[in-house]
Design a protein around this ligand. Structure first.
Ligand code: NAP
Length: 531
């Protein structure tokens, strides 16, 4: 949406408290773009005086009654839960959600596996939030390149950063940049039709073996997608490029490798049960790995999920077939191995052929926290043609944001961002939620509690500061944001623009018996919104 403000030369009635450069952007009052006016084309088509009058009246009444301007950065679960809670807790709040992608819902769209449609139902709840008249979604707006953090903080009273973790932890070992070595996130974004990964093409045809490093739920997701019969994925919303590649895949063996033991596996029972239930799958878990120590017992006593996972692995191990039948797909759980280096193929220059692992033993007592994996000095190689590193996602800081690089999070207390200049100080009006706040852990619903905490902190701060604080002085909020983006020629995607994309995806999907066919081309996605 490009909003045309040339006809609206109405001087702004707010005092400005920010620097000269930005103030220039807000001399004109712009439209409230919510609901009716989603594109410059629509604007031209409906430019009757009556409609303009109604819009201006709405913009003024919005300005008068809704004094708390809130911007949430990121439209994934943490962003939408924050918006929902803010709207509920503060009747005077007007909440704008921005996202760098032209599509909303973050991890629910790009992270949740295609064969987990029940997890995506939460999109209905988020859509209701987006339809709230005090809420707006603006996609294709990137914090850092479309608008800076300091600009956002000048335009809004409250900025909540909930943009998640869009990068990966690295191992920092030799050979990590060989082709055929990818992060699980890249693979997930590829099969989920993320527009940044429509050109990604993992080689699934020249090997029969994939190694997945890590044993968390993401590792189980990628292993399951590699091992499930493609016919079962064909009726999901998996990207068509991924389905085609999986249909031609020659991968038959997947090794899920953990640096610790079966009592420390990071996955949860439901997800483990699901992968173990794949039809005609040969599962290999060595009995010797299931010998546990008193420290393991101690760890599991205080962690019911770990106990259940261990019990499931033990059960699967004892019901193992002795060997796979010909052509059968195989899943191998390998414990007590940490990757030491990736080795290059002799036949295919620059491509991975093998992972060299160091065997490990657990060190430390359960009482002092988790036992850790220590190298034993014994090594072994495992041949493969594809490696997916599933060792955790990582958040990326933007300019001006205090950031703890070792933990990959924004330092905060209950969502209030701590200043990088003085650890006892808080960043005024700046909050975090979700993976950027607590690190890349937890299920979608974890963000509900997380958002509750952050919004609780915001509410306390607003109450404490009272009517004379900065929060009480007017800020341009939505109108200011849109004016600035327009001046920068940035095409904004509103929620109703997204609904056009949504219906086009559903239409495409219905042609091939899928709930939707995700559109993965940035240019096409943006073009569609202007139709
Ligand atoms: P995770 O649960 O933290 O698992 C990370 C795995 O990587 C662990 O096995 C960890 O082993 C291993 N690891 C970390 N650093 C390593 C290193 N340097 N060398 C070798 N191994 C290393 O992370 P995730 O799987 O990315 O999942 C992120 C969050 O999303 C989790 O909370 C997960 O439950 C959630 N999720 C949920 C679902 C679902 O509900 N269906 C699906 C996907 C994701 P150690 O334990 O030894 O550190």
């Amino acid at each position: 949406m490009l909003i045309n403000t040339t006809n609206l030369n109405i001087s702004y009635d707010y005092p400005f408290h920010f620097n000269g450069g930005l103030a220039l952007f807000f001399r004109q009052k712009t439209l409230n773009p919510k609901s009716d006016f989603h594109s410059s084309k629509a604007l031209c088509q409906r430019s009757s005086m009556a409609i303009f009058g109604a819009m201006i009246a709405r913009a003024y009444s919005s300005a008068a009654t809704r004094s708390l301007r809130v911007c949430v950065v990121g439209s994934g679960p943490a962003g939408f839960y924050t918006a929902e809670k803010m709207l509920k807790a503060h009747e005077e709040a007007e909440v704008d959600i921005i996202d760098r992608l032209p599509t909303p819902f973050g991890l629910v769209r790009s992270g949740v596996a295609p064969d987990h449609p029940e997890t995506k139902i939460v999109i209905n709840q988020f859509s209701r939030v987006a339809h709230n008249e005090r809420c707006s979604f603006f996609g294709n707006v990137s914090l850092g390149s479309s608008i800076s953090l300091s600009e956002l903080r000048q335009i809004y009273h409250v900025v909540v950063l909930a943009y998640g973790a869009e990068s990966d932890r690295v191992l920092g070992i030799p050979g990590e940049d060989l082709s055929g070595v990818h992060s699980a996130r890249e693979f997930v974004w590829w099969y989920n039709g993320h527009p940044d990964f429509n050109q990604f093409s993992p080689d699934l045809k020249n090997t029969d073996t994939a190694i997945v490093l890590g044993q968390g739920n993401v590792a189980l997701d990628v292993a399951r997608i590699l091992l499930r019969p493609p016919a079962e994925l064909a009726t999901t919303d998996i990207a068509s490029h991924a389905l085609a590649a999986l249909r031609e895949s020659s991968i038959r063996k997947v090794y899920l490798v953990g640096r610790r033991g079966p009592a420390q596996a990071a996955c949860t029972a439901k997800e483990l049960r699901e992968i173990l239930a794949i039809k005609h799958l040969y599962v290999n878990i060595k009995q010797a790995d299931l010998q546990i120590t008193s420290a393991d017992e101690e760890e599991m006593k205080s962690n019911r999920i770990r106990r259940r996972v261990f019990d499931l692995l033990s059960k699967a191990s004892s019901s193992n077939q002795t060997r796979p039948s010909s052509g059968q797909r195989e899943l191998h759980f390998t414990f007590f191995r940490k990757p030491d280096k990736f080795l290059e193929s002799n036949d295919k220059s620059g491509h991975v052929a093998c992972v060299n692992f160091e065997k490990t033993a657990l060190k430390g007592s359960a009482g002092s926290g988790n036992q850790i994996a220590a190298g034993t000095g014994e090594y072994e190689d495992l041949k493969c043609g594809l490696v997916l590193k599933s060792i955790g996602y990582k958040s990326i800081p933007v300019d001006g944001l205090p950031f703890d690089h070792s933990k990959g999070v924004v330092p905060n207390i209950g969502g209030r961002v701590l200043s990088s200049r003085d650890v006892d100080q808080l960043e005024d009006g700046l909050y975090v939620c979700g993976w950027l706040k607590r690190g890349p852990t937890g299920i979608i619903a974890t963000n509900l509690y997380d958002a509750e905490e952050t919004v609780g902190s915001i509410s306390e701060d607003l109450k404490k500061r009272g009517p004379t604080s900065k929060f009480a002085s007017p800020k341009p909020g939505r109108e200011g944001l849109l004016q600035l983006l327009e001046n920068r020629n940035i095409q904004v995607v509103t929620f109703s623009d997204w609904e056009k994309i949504d219906s086009e995806e559903r239409r495409h999907g219905s042609l091939s018996g899928k709930p939707r066919e995700k559109l993965t081309n940035w240019k096409y996605l943006l073009e569609l919104t202007t139709k």
